[in-house]
Design a protein. Structure first.
Length: 478
């Protein structure tokens, strides 16, 4: 950015002390998440209760081919097929941003890529209204989210010059907007889908996406300019990239080794949009303060608890470090895994009591699961991202952050195609115990990694090796 642009950015405090563009981006993202999570809240329930039933499933273009792929691996029932489709959809959403970043950096620029992605997502939501276009709709949503998701977050960062400390606060505001969309959408989209008609819910999600597009276009003139495209820019970026050192390679190897552990750590959380909703609908007593609630409203319950826990953990760790030594990132991730495992064990206890007494699972067990799981979430996902961002070698920092999201891709595939598909063949107690063992195992694995290799991340191995010195000398040589 030019010096003039930087000065203007510092003086622009029109939105909560931040540039006006942040307001447009935050509300754009809130409505996009409203549409995205509204659709995802309905997805599995819609497939089980309507789409996969006779009279509908025959109309889905490409479904015969899809079922032929799923049959050999034993996924035959409607619940198993719905779980597998959810797993692939939710997993690929975390891969397509790599494609979206490439398109933005090399072909269209960020602004046009975001608009293209938003239009694809709106089209996908409206295509959900027809049986025949169901799989095409999912493809549009995956590609659209890939174009939209990473690039709009990048634009938030580019609102500020490097020395502007408002950037961190801006991302907190941005993520509050995301959570606002997630809290509200099950109450609107979920209620319409369950009570009025599935397609009304999907239509509401589509309308939300159109609102998102309108807000983004209205604020377009306030957004930061896109960086230049083309071969010259790529050559300049490559020339400015520092070389990899031996210590960098150690960090990268350890970050990659941690991915399967992080994958196991999130299975309880990622099941919330999949088998958890199906199990709750069948097995739980969904009454809050004596009043019946809809299954999809459990997503709003989780979102509200999650926001409170994210804010609460920030306050807690700030207080903790005034009295005691604050754990490093690996320590916090291990603590988060322990809470996550305890949360799933709450479902194990609730299911065991219900099965022994022949009753429904009490709502209190569900709430305890969300509370403990969201405390765990607050110490795993954002802390894990911070660890990967801080520890990533400068030469490949952007790539390493992309690598971090691969555990969400793998976790959703594991939940959808392996774990969630077992819901119908296991008791609730055994089903959730399986998840608790995986999350608890991740906790133990993180502690082992911390004990054996934690010094690589804490900087205690910062004394340059002979290889690092040789690399530095080679770079300095003319």
């Amino acid at each position: 950015m030019t010096a003039a642009a930087t000065t203007a950015d510092r003086n622009d405090t029109a939105f909560l002390g931040h540039p006006k563009a942040l307001g447009y981006l935050a509300f754009t993202e809130a409505w996009e998440r409203f549409s995205y999570y509204g659709m995802q809240t309905l997805l599995v329930l819609y497939m089980i209760h309507q789409l996969l039933l006779p009279g509908h499933v025959e109309n889905v273009a490409g479904f015969t081919w899809l079922k032929a792929l799923l049959d050999p691996v034993g996924l035959k029932s409607n619940q198993q097929i719905a779980s597998a489709i959810f797993g692939w959809y939710a997993g690929l959403v975390y891969l397509t941003p790599i494609l979206g970043g490439f398109i933005a950096d090399r072909l269209l620029g960020r602004t046009r890529t975001i608009v293209t992605g938003a239009l694809l997502m709106a089209l996908g939501h409206f295509l959900m209204a027809f049986d025949v276009s169901f799989l095409i709709a999912l493809l549009c949503l995956m590609l659209g989210s890939g174009c939209f998701k990473g690039n709009i977050a990048t634009q938030v960062g580019h609102l500020y010059p490097e020395t502007d400390n408002r950037r961190a606060d801006a991302f907190q505001i941005f993520y509050l907007a995301i959570n606002a969309g997630v809290i509200v959408t099950p109450l609107i989209v979920g209620t319409l889908g369950e009570k009025v008609g599935w397609h009304y819910g999907f239509g509401a999600a589509g309308l939300g996406m159109l609102v998102s597009i309108a807000i983004y276009l209205a604020g377009r003139k306030h957004l930061p300019p896109d960086p230049p495209l083309g071969a010259n820019q790529r050559a300049a970026d490559k020339a400015a990239r520092p070389p990899m050192t031996g210590r960098d390679w150690k960090k990268l190897a350890l970050l990659i080794v941690m991915l399967p552990v992080l994958t196991a750590s999130i299975v309880g959380n990622q099941e919330i949009f999949n088998a958890y909703l199906v199990w709750v609908e069948r097995s739980a007593d969904l009454r809050l303060f004596g009043m019946p609630i809809l299954t999809t409203w459990m997503v709003s319950v989780d979102s509200i608890v999650s926001v409170a826990c994210l804010a609460g953990m920030v306050v807690f760790w700030r207080w903790w470090k005034t009295k005691f030594k604050e754990p490093d990132e690996l320590g916090k991730i291990a603590i988060g895994c322990a809470f996550g495992a305890a949360g799933v064990l709450a479902l194990v206890a609730g299911a065991a009591i219900a099965e022994a007494t022949g009753t429904k699972v009490a709502f209190g067990w569900l709430f305890l699961f969300h509370l403990l799981n969201d405390i765990g979430f607050a110490n795993v996902l954002p802390v894990g991202l911070a660890l990967y961002a801080r520890s990533s070698p400068r030469a490949i920092a952007g790539t390493v952050v992309g690598i971090y999201y691969l555990h969400l891709f793998a976790g959703n595939l594991l939940v959808g195609n392996v774990l969630g598909a077992r819901l119908e063949t296991m008791t609730g107690t055994a089903f959730w115990l399986m998840h608790a063992v995986l999350v608890g195992g991740a906790c133990i694995a993180i502690l082992v990694i911390k004990a054996l290799f934690g010094r690589i991340f804490t900087g205690e191995e910062d004394t340059p090796s002979e290889e690092d010195v040789a690399t530095a000398d080679a770079v300095k040589a003319p």
